[in-house]
Design a protein around this ligand. Structure first.
Ligand SMILES: [Zn+2]
Length: 112
């Protein structure tokens, strides 16, 4: 990681302090991904499994192998060594990605 990139991510998402304040020359980069289940694909796959006598593993091989979930939003955050053991709300951590999330919700609501 080059200096410019490091400067861009050098603030801990949890405490808001620079990563160096922890006193340990390490930090975490955490990627949060939110997915939306494809209900229609799940129903099709379940239906195929039922037609095959309830054998889900056989349906997995016989099916069209379509995506069962779609990436909805993702964000990468920095966490300092002091905060890395804290428990926190994942949704609150991902709030910086709200614009992408909002645009996806709008596109889904406008779909026919
Ligand atoms: Zn921190």
């Amino acid at each position: 990681m080059k200096e410019e990139e490091l400067r861009g991510i050098a603030t801990c998402k949890l405490c808001g302090e620079k990563i160096g304040k922890a006193g340990v020359p390490m930090f975490w980069r955490v990627k949060l991904e939110r997915y939306m289940l494809n209900i229609d694909a799940l129903k099709r796959q379940q239906g195929l499994g039922m037609m095959l006598g309830g054998h889900g593993a056989l349906a997995m091989v016989m099916g069209v192998n379509e995506d069962m979930a779609e990436a909805f939003s993702s964000v990468e955050i920095t966490v300092c060594e002091t905060c890395c053991t804290e428990s926190t709300c994942i949704a609150a951590l991902a709030e910086d990605d709200e614009t992408e999330f909002t645009s996806k919700v709008k596109s889904l609501s406008e779909a026919p």
